[in-house]
Design a protein around this ligand. Structure first.
Ligand code: SAM
Ligand code: SF4
Length: 329
């Protein structure tokens, strides 16, 4: 197996695979209220096509795969897809990010199919607020999904909370407290101005540091240093707690210099940076030839053009015009 290294000497070993741009929720910061234009079904990669890309990517140095979307659990056949991915020799870490609405019914099958880890997104612990931010989502279902995931054996479970000024910044302590008696990793994510609602997101931004200060007004956080890990999240824990608390700060302390990621969109575009509009279309090569050398060349090309860093927070930055649901967060 070779290593994938970009022009800035970063080793690329992590592929996030979006299997659908569809979603059963409408989170304000992620999707336009009216939904996204319907993509022609024939433009969406089949599972077989995605598996072929993953096999090539893994042969070339990818070891971590995350399945995302849109909402990955709304796509039919996801369990068999997870099973096939888990059987690819060289996939060392296989995870999935979900909004949790359908998780209760899927958790056991996902675990049996070989999924290693699950991340659940949850932006409020208040039913009314949760409905509001997700465009009608049912918090109860998400909580049941998390409990079921824990019951069938997923551990730890990561809970992703986007911090939004004036919406849930008054809940950061309540979220953090969940880590005391549960093996949850509560991860606070800075809101990013992406897609059609980027103006809204810009106005609602609050930094990780502000959230951390609030939490520390409740109880001191102790840093956790994991050997050899260059994780995107800075991790902490309350003394004696079962779980952990993390801060992902793409805006205030971007982790571009250690970015190891590639993203594959549901319609076959390979992206090397969340914030850039550059993408390489793998579909023609995939559909025109059974030979994988074209795909390998395109993956190499994308990686050689991976930008050094994003420019958000600087004057007049170039912004990403796609919505997050469309790229795969
Ligand atoms: N539907 C699944 C979910 O919600 O977990 C997976 C896809 S979603 C695009 C992946 C993650 O991206 C979620 O945790 C979501 O909160 C996050 N996300 C979406 N838009 C974002 C934004 N503008 N800023 C920060 N995080 C965002
Ligand atoms: Fe759907 Fe996830 Fe985007 Fe919310 S964050 S709209 S659940 S894709």
């Amino acid at each position: 197996m070779k290593d994938l290294v970009d022009s800035f000497n970063r080793k690329i070993n992590y592929l996030r695979v979006s299997i659908t741009d569809r979603c059963n929720l409408r989170c304000v910061y992620c999707m336009p209220i009216d939904g996204i234009p319907k993509v022609n079904q024939k433009d969406i990669l089949s599972y077989e096509e995605i598996l072929r890309i993953v096999e090539v990517a893994v042969k070339n140095g990818i070891t971590k795969i995350r399945i995302t979307g849109g909402e990955p659990l709304v796509r039919k056949g996801v369990i068999d897809f997870v099973r096939s991915l888990s059987r690819i020799h060289g996939v060392k870490d296989l995870s999935l990010t979900t909004n949790g609405i359908l998780l209760r019914g899927f958790a056991s099958d996902l675990f049996q199919a070989g999924l290693h880890r699950v991340n659940v997104s949850m932006d409020s612990l208040n039913h009314v607020k949760f409905q509001k931010i997700t465009g009608g989502g049912n918090l109860e279902k998400v909580c049941e999904g998390i409990e079921e995931a824990l019951r069938v054996g997923f551990s730890p479970i990561k809970i992703n909370t986007v911090i939004i000024h004036g919406f849930n910044d008054d809940e950061v302590i309540d979220f953090a407290r969940l880590s005391i008696n549960n093996p949850y990793h509560i991860r606070f994510i800075e809101l990013m101005p992406i897609g059609s609602n980027s103006k809204w997101s810009e106005e609602r931004y609050i930094s990780s540091q502000e959230a951390k200060d609030k939490i520390e007004s409740f109880r001191k956080l102790h840093p956790i240093h994991k050997k050899g890990e260059r994780a995107a999240a800075r991790m902490f824990r309350f003394k004696g707690a079962m779980g952990e608390i993390g801060f992902i700060s793409p805006m205030s302390a971007h982790f571009c210099s250690s970015c190891n990621r590639l993203r594959l969109t549901a319609n076959g575009k390979l992206r090397t940076c969340l914030f850039s509009n550059e993408e390489v279309d793998l579909k023609p090569s995939l559909r025109e030839s059974y030979d994988n050398s074209g795909l390998e060349r395109l993956i190499d090309l994308a990686i050689s053009n991976k930008p050094e860093k994003h420019h958000l927070g600087e004057k007049n930055p170039k912004k990403c015009s796609r919505n997050m649901s469309d790229i795969g967060g």
